[in-house]
Design a protein around this ligand. Sequence first.
Ligand code: PAF
Length: 290
Amino acid sequence: MRVIETIPELRALSDSERSAGARVALIPTMGALHRGHLSLLEEGRKRADRVWVSIFVNPTQFEDAADLSDYPRTLEADLACCRAAGVDAVFAPDASEMYAPSTQTWVEVTELAKPLCGSSRPGHFRGVATIVAKLLLTARPHVAVFGEKDYQQLAIIRRMVRDLGLDVEIAGGAIVREPDGLALSSRNRQLHPEARREATALVRALNAAQAALAAGERDTQRLVALAGAEIRKAPLARIDYVDLRDPDSLEPIGERLEAAGLLALAVFMRPPAGAEGQEVRLIDNRLLQP
Ligand code: PAF
């Protein structure tokens, strides 16, 4: 497995794989790899001859300096994980490799980035779109795979690729869950054990709304309220948002759910009173199909 740290090296590898006729899949990550990422690697393997992973904790998508410094960094374990998974190359650059000093150029997807995580994390999706554009333009993969847990991110990246006319296919990988239903996330390892137990509130909220829908409930406010009530049962949880949106435009849905809707959640899980640790923000989502 090749480990590459510079843009010129990555470009050279891309040139040689392309001229050899190999199809390349890129899985962009911020490291702290888990089974969710492994499923994206498998998805990449199905779609290409070479699987490349990028590992870069992108500073411009963190609106909070403490969140950036607390983000788990486990490069050696990540490289071992990639080697074991048969990854062909890992791109693990420094921040100075990806951002020129006082950079002035950004990629911004406007409307799709406004609601949900965009409204609670201002500037986050500008950072995501910019780094993903740079990675795609440097690595020039044939396909890039992103997790569906970050539904809004995936929608924004698809739109960016379409709007900029980038020559790459964007694929989504299904959410992978723990046996108790918690969606896998690099942030789960930051949870206090008690908050970890209560974090199943997110999947229970999705399940509750889905069960109500199956029982005939179509009122969007009631579906959202049901999901919210499930989260409020967890004393360590604080809701950032619970929202039901059009899955394509991410616009609000009218009073009744007549076609598919995206139920999206963001919840802060705090450690119990007096315990060490920080609040951790988790997200999850489900497509509700009437
Ligand atoms: O989903 C992530 O891990 C990141 O947002 C991404 C897509 C690698 C961009 O930094």
